[in-house]
Structure formats: C-alpha cells, structure tokens
Design a protein around this ligand. Structure first.
Ligand code: GLN
Length: 496
C-alpha cells in the first residue's frame, strides 16, 4: 500500500489507474480518507460522516474491480453536498428546520454516483439552503478554507454555498464532491479553495431529490482536483430523468473523451463589461494571463459585448428569492419538518419558521414574498424575468461569433468571515458567476494563479447550452498552462 499522504493527493483519473493496476484497493483508498477525517473535522467540512457506509461501499467497489466490472466512479471516496437527499442518511440542507430528516429516497444524482461505485464519506457542509457565498449561514457552523495567507492565521471562508465540498476536496479529505450552483455556488467556492468546479447546462443533471432553493436556476455539478475529473464525474451525474420535468433530453456525451478535442482554432470571447470598475489589479492580471494561455494553446481571442451584465445580479436576487420564498413555504411544521408548538395555528407556523430558519434564509423569504406580492409583482418580479431574457439574448448574440467566454470567476480571493458584514456586499461575490446562471449556461472554474497573499484565484469558462465539451476543453488548456499547485498551505497549527 502506498503512503497515506500519497493516496490523498491522487485525483480520480490517477486513482482509477492505481485501482486498475492493483497498486492499492478501494478499501485502502477509503481507509486513507477515513484516517484523514480529523483534518476534515478541523475544517468543519462535514455535517454528517458516514464511515461505516464508506467501508461497505469500498468493499463493494473491490468486488466489482475483482470481477472486472469497474465503471467511472468505482471506489472513489466522495462527499455529497448535504442538499442531496440520501436514503436513510440524515439530510439537513444545513438548516435546523429539517430536524432529523432521513429521506426515504435517494436523489437521482447521488443515486447515479452510487450506482457507478462511488464511496460515500459523508454529507458536506454548506450555506443554509445553499443561500450564501461564504459558508457562514450553516446552522452547523462555518467551514474553514484550508488555504491561509502567508504568515497569517486568520481563518478564511471557503466561499459558498458548496463551501464544505470545495474545502474537503482542496484539503485532501475527499477525492471529489458534489455541489449545487444556483448563482455561483460551485464555481465560486472552487475558485476560493483552488480546485475545479463545474456547473453544467441547466437541465443536464436531474434536480430530483435535491433540496430546492430556486428551481429555475438550481443545477448540480462536480467539484474536483482536475478538469479531467470534472469530465469523469459529470458523466456519472448527468442524464435525462423523467422524475424532473426540467431535465433535458439531450443525448449523453462522453465528456472525458471530448477532452481530446483540444482548443486549436477555438474562438474565445472576452466580455468587456466584466472589466468592472474597481476590479482589483490582481484579478485583471490573472484574466490577462488566462487570455495569453488560451492564445498560446492555439485559440483565437475575440472582444465581445454583453451589455446587460450589470443587470444580472439585481435580477438574480429577485428571481432567486421569489422562487425560494415559494419553495420554502412547504416547511410549515404540518406536513414537513421539525415543528415548534404554539397557542394556535399562526403561532405554530411562526414559531416553527422563526426558530427553524436562520437569519439569511428569513431575509430572503421576506424579500421573495415581497417581490411576488400583488402590488409589486409587476414592478419587480416581472421586470426581473424580462431582464433575464435580455441576459440570455446577450449570450446568444455573443455565441454567434465565439465558442466559449473567458472571465475571472470571482472579484477577489478568499476573505475572512468578518470582512463582509453587509448582505449586499456579500451578494457582490456572484457578479461574474450569476449571468451564466440566469441564462442556464455551462461554466467551469479552473484554478489559474495566486493572489498577492498566496491565495488561489480561478478563471471561468462559459459555454453554449449543452456544449460542456468546449468548456472542458478550454478548462483543460488553462489547467495545463497554469500548472497550478493545488496543495493548500494549511492553517498554522493544522497538520500538513
Ligand atoms: N451566492 C449566491 C446566493 O447566495 C449563489 C448561491 C448558490 O449558487 N446556491 O444566492
């Protein structure tokens, strides 16, 4: 058996080879991850750990390997964002309101990964109901980013909402993890933790069994250590599901095989409106480096315009919150969720929802209810829907002339929880990720460089609907050129 620390640094593609070549067994790989659970605990990356399940899954994977029936994810120890319902395993959405909810069913996506032989290490921490950009709204406490500025010991946030997933993958506490992305929750934490995060086209992965935030935007995707891994894992997660009426019927794609296509002659759009006022110089510099990397790989750079860019964030925070207020109405203490008693029905509702939901979720339900209310529907919700169409039109126009778009993923590197205390400032984190979400487009974040403080920075590639292949190809070119060292500098006092 190889040294534990070596096993914990492998990506899916190399672990697959190691398993096939019998260098180690799935049980050994899983045991290495279970032995690293203390480090994961220090980050608060898991809400629920499932070590017994992991060993059962690992033994099943070994049996499959023995029989020569291994498939894409066989023996890969992963974390599932705790927004995916897992049969018989507590699912919290990082909220108190779900109490001790143990689903009677498995979400389609987690079920597909299981069917492909993935090993479940546990359920990853997140922002409550996936609402946030820093993983500080979880009822189970904040997650710590395994990266820290050189010389400092202030814990940084991993981004959010899939902050537990990204932190675990970066720290070597899970080989990969699932995330969900409504306005950036896969791409932003991936960028801040120095790993790869991919949001596929809306409809590519089933939403069935995923706790809903904003149904017209929510989409699952992989958080991994390499672009190849994102392609492998997405292949397992994607596919039509008759149980989700918005699940696409698009033909299955071998995303990993598509990587071989390369980027020679690919037309890469650089949207000028993303060069926002006050963009930090290091973000701009990283973007320029990305453009040079794409050019050197044989792509052609094209200046494009997306005039509605600045409207995306305000429109998102109307549409997403309107949908959230509607989706979260079901947690009423009657049919569903942990009830708090009260003198009458209204008081029971109020006690249940007032105690069960955290502050950010309550804020969003209030705003969402407001923008949907009779007097304001036309002024806010309807306008936001129109703006959403215009955003999608902008992208369509740009894609007449280019194959993919290249932008920074985030406006800054990882920050400390106390640095952003105003909700609107927090919402600004999504400035570069939200437009693609509003248009339902696929996007990937690839770690591409370091900030002046030595923290990871990511570049985002956005593609045409259902053209994840081009997104992955350009992601691979950036990954190859950047040669980013994904080993995080751990917090002072933490074990290397
Ligand atoms: N940060 C964004 C929000 O708070 C996006 C969240 C997400 O993608 N789930 O809504």
């Amino acid at each position: 058996m190889s040294a534990l620390s070596d096993l914990l640094r492998l990506d899916i593609a190399s672990a697959r080879k190691g398993l096939a070549d019998k260098q180690f067994t799935a049980r050994e790989l899983t045991e290495a991850y279970l032995a690293a659970a203390d480090d994961a605990r220090a980050l608060n990356g898991f809400i629920t750990e499932t070590p017994e399940q992991a060993l059962v899954d690992a033994d099943a994977a070994d049996a499959r390997l023995q029989a020569g029936n291994a498939v894409a994810m066989t023996g890969m120890p992963i974390a599932q964002k705790d927004l995916f319902c897992t049969k018989g395993i507590r699912t919290t959405a990082a909220s108190k309101i779900l109490g001790d909810f143990k689903p009677e069913y498995e979400s389609t996506v987690s079920g597909k990964l299981k069917a492909d032989g993935a090993v479940l290490l546990g359920k990853a921490n997140l922002d409550e109901f996936a609402m946030g950009s820093a993983n500080i709204t979880s009822a189970f406490g904040p997650v710590t980013n395994p990266w820290t500025p050189e010389g400092a010991a202030t814990p940084l946030t991993p981004g959010g909402s899939s902050g537990g997933s990204a932190a675990l993958v970066a720290a070597g506490a899970a080989i990969a993890a699932t995330g969900t992305d409504t306005g950036g929750s896969i791409r932003q934490p991936a960028a801040l933790c120095g790993v790869v995060g991919m949001k596929p086209t809306y409809g590519r992965c089933s939403r069935w069994g995923v706790v809903a935030f904003a149904s017209s935007l929510d989409q699952s995707g992989p958080i991994t250590r390499s672009v190849r891994d994102a392609a492998i894992m997405l292949g397992s997660m994607a596919g039509h599901d008759p149980k989700d009426s918005t699940s696409a019927t698009a033909a299955p794609v071998d995303f990993e095989a598509a990587l071989a296509g390369g980027v020679k002659g690919m037309r890469v759009g650089v949207p000028r409106e993303y060069r926002t006022d006050g963009m930090p110089a290091e973000i701009d510099a990283l973007w320029q480096e990305g453009i040079e990397m794409a050019k050197a790989a044989g792509a052609e750079i094209v200046d494009v315009s997306l005039p509605m860019t600045k409207m995306a964030l305000p429109a998102y925070y109307i549409v997403a919150l309107a949908e959230a207020s509607s989706n979260l109405a079901r947690y009423d203490g009657v049919r569903y969720c942990a009830r708090e008693d009260g003198g009458d029905l209204t008081e029971m509702y109020s006690n249940t929802r007032g105690t069960g939901f955290g502050e950010e979720v309550r804020r969003r339900i209030l705003i969402g209810t407001y923008v949907l209310s009779a007097g304001y529907y036309d002024a806010y919700y309807k306008q936001a829907q129109k703006v959403r169409t215009l955003i999608a039109n902008d992208f369509n126009t740009a894609f007449n002339n280019v194959d993919v778009l290249l932008t920074p993923t985030t406006p800054s590197a990882a920050f400390a929880a106390g640095d952003v205390d105003d909700p609107v400032a927090m919402y600004m984190n999504d400035i570069f990720t939200v437009p693609a979400s509003m248009a339902g487009l696929p996007g990937i974040s690839v770690p591409a460089g370091l900030s002046a403080d030595g923290l990871p920075l990511g570049l985002q590639i956005i593609g045409k609907p259902f053209d994840e292949a081009s997104v992955l190809q350009m992601g691979q070119a950036i990954e190859d050129a950047a040669g980013f060292d994904k080993t995080p500098r751990l917090l002072a006092g933490a074990k290397p």
